[in-house]
Design a protein around this ligand. Structure first.
Ligand code: FE2
Length: 400
């Protein structure tokens, strides 16, 4: 039986563009559940609640409106952004609704009038290539650091090392400042607390091939962008042969491949499986709803490689006409005042150590400085990712 846990959740279960879209129009997105939840406990930083506007393939161009300043804004960042004025065009691979809290805070603080153009990460990358030499955009905000890295390598991004990037860990930014991560999502194991025996909780994703987990594990299909990145990162860490064998061993151990992460999280909440490989933000709303779920940060031991954290990145486009405004936006998106509004709807967390979790805070969720991570090299990951699709579509293409 498919059961949605609450009326509000259903109401918010709207069809929208994929926040980590890879430019594939035909793909159903997973994020209907987690991406449209909001927790009402913390109202301090919330202004209004924009309604969804798009469809799975739609892009919206709009001028962000100015909202009243929310109460309880966080303290000033190390390098505050002042009044700038003028205009700024942002190409955003993140849904317009999800960008608005950041954009509105930026507009209030700087007086810059922002135009947002939203689309899939792949579509925007193509647009930026088409506009080479005459870009109509100033800034790219992308859910896909690998595609930002590909644009950097093609000379389509303007290097800018923001003073506010200093504390962002090195793996979440291009060394030349062409792109910088601002918030992130981690790969986790979510489990059903009624079914998992405490002594059997896995500490590593690699334990899940053990017979004691037979038939108890689900993951999402290769169509999920973060599944692709996760496998690419595993190949970077451990090699292709290892990664292929691992996934085949999981399958041989009864792995269920579901269409998307929402299905995986639902299967765990309902007790259809005991363990699910997901991003942390699928756990957060289930936990807040009182579902019997727990969260594991895998591979955190001293001899283990850590778990992947995927950054959402901000860049200035080569030839951007509004340079001062673009730099101010990058500075702002990397500041505490910029990162915290970005956490309000998706429950992703700031990548600056010490800023905390913002709205991602829920029992069991860790801030960036408490997560051991692999040494991901995005300069190489983009190429590996193409190989991942060929390798794993036959194994992990299911779940429709
Ligand atoms: Fe997602």
């Amino acid at each position: 039986m498919r059961r949605r846990p609450g009326r509000d959740a259903r109401r918010r279960h709207r069809r929208e563009s994929d926040p980590h879209d890879r430019g594939r129009r035909d793909r159903r997105h997973d994020d209907r559940r987690a991406h449209h939840r909001r927790d009402d406990r913390r109202d301090g930083r919330r202004g209004h609640r924009p309604r969804a506007t798009g469809t799975a393939t739609a892009r919206a161009t709009s001028t962000a409106t100015r909202a009243a300043a929310p109460a309880g804004a966080p303290a000033a960042a190390a390098s505050p952004v002042g009044r700038v004025g003028g205009n700024l065009v942002i190409y955003s691979a993140r849904k317009e609704e999800l960008m608005k809290p950041l954009v509105e805070a930026f507009e209030r603080q700087t007086g810059v009038k922002v135009t947002l153009k939203s689309g899939g990460a792949g579509e925007l990358a193509q647009l930026i290539e088409r506009e080479r030499g005459n870009t109509l955009g100033d800034v790219l905000f992308t859910t896909d650091a690998a595609s930002a890295e590909a644009l950097r390598q093609k000379g389509l991004l303007e290097p800018y090392v923001s003073p506010n990037a200093a504390k962002i860990p090195a793996e979440f930014k291009a060394a030349d400042g062409a792109w910088t991560g601002t918030i992130g999502r981690s790969r986790n194991i979510m489990y059903n607390t009624n079914l998992a025996k405490p002594e059997e909780l896995p500490k590593s994703v690699y334990e899940l091939t053990d017979p004691k987990y037979r038939g108890k594990v689900a993951m999402a299909s290769i169509r999920e962008g973060s599944v692709k990145l996760w496998l690419a990162s595993m190949i970077q860490e451990r090699g292709e042969d290892f990664t292929v064998k691992y996934i085949n061993d999981l399958k041989a151990n009864g792995l269920k491949v579901l269409a998307n992460h929402t299905e995986v999280a639902n299967a765990v909440s309902r007790g259809e499986v005991t363990y699910g490989l997901v991003n942390h933000y699928y756990y957060v709303p289930a936990k807040r709803e009182g579902q019997p779920v727990g969260l594991i940060y895998p591979d955190q031991g001293p001899n283990e490689g850590g778990t992947l954290v995927v950054p959402l990145a901000v860049s200035i486009l080569k030839g951007a006409k509004n340079q001062a405004q673009a730099r101010a936006f990058v500075d702002f998106a990397l500041s505490q005042e910029g990162q915290l509004p970005l956490t309000t709807q998706e429950n992703e967390f700031p990548l600056t150590p010490g800023v905390g979790l913002g709205e991602a805070a829920a029992p069991g969720v860790k801030p960036i400085d408490e997560i051991k991570r692999p040494t991901t090299d995005y300069a190489k990951l983009a190429d590996i990712e193409k190989r991942v699709v060929d390798l794993f579509t036959p194994i992990l293409g299911g779940g429709q």
